[in-house]
Design a protein around this ligand. Structure first.
Ligand SMILES: CCCCCCCC/C=C\C=C\CC(=O)SCCNC(=O)CCNC(=O)[C@H](O)C(C)(C)COP(=O)(O)OP(=O)(O)OC[C@H]1O[C@@H](n2cnc3c(N)ncnc32)[C@H](O)[C@@H]1OP(=O)(O)O
Length: 113
């Protein structure tokens, strides 16, 4: 799933929650879609941060779903929706961050879209 909280008054925080590595399962993708919609429609929210939990950002696609019937929102439109967001979205990356083009493992950092 993805948990939505508001921090520092105007910042919406979306936390990827899918142990052990916060992989993008169908439930997590749906959670990101839902929490993005909620944050974007809240006038008091001016910017968004996406993070993982337990010192891990995201292990990429959920390998436990490989070979199963696709369900939930597809990943590419989800990423495009984040990029097209009308509010700034920052990824707070700690630990592993895996995706289609590679992987990184770092202490901490952030990227903006
Ligand atoms: C909305 C936010 C935006 C996020 C942007 C993401 C952009 C993604 C874009 C495109 C994606 C394209 C497709 C892909 O993502 S392909 C990549 C799929 N991922 C992998 O292949 C990762 C494979 N895993 C690893 O390389 C390692 O496990 C690593 C994540 C580096 C962690 O290594 P380590 O700390 O050494 O831990 P373990 O290898 O022992 O693993 C611990 C347990 O975690 C389970 N695991 C690992 N990866 C996944 C995964 N992707 N999905 C589900 N589960 C995963 C692993 O099986 C271990 O489980 P257990 O302890 O039960 O054995």
């Amino acid at each position: 799933m993805a948990q939505y909280t508001r921090v520092a008054g105007s910042v919406g925080l979306i936390t990827l929650q899918n142990p052990p590595v916060n992989a993008l399962s169908a439930m997590v993708r749906q959670g990101v879609v839902d929490t993005m919609e909620r944050a974007l429609s809240a006038p008091e929210v001016k910017s968004l941060v996406i993070c993982g939990q337990k010192e891990t950002f995201c292990g990429g696609a959920d390998i436990r779903e490989f070979g199963t019937k696709m369900s939930g929102p597809p990943l590419t439109p989800l990423i495009h929706a984040i990029e097209a967001s009308t509010k700034p979205v920052v990824a707070a990356i700690e630990g592993v961050a895996l995706g289609q083009t590679g992987a990184s493992r770092g202490d901490s950092g952030s990227t903006a879209s």
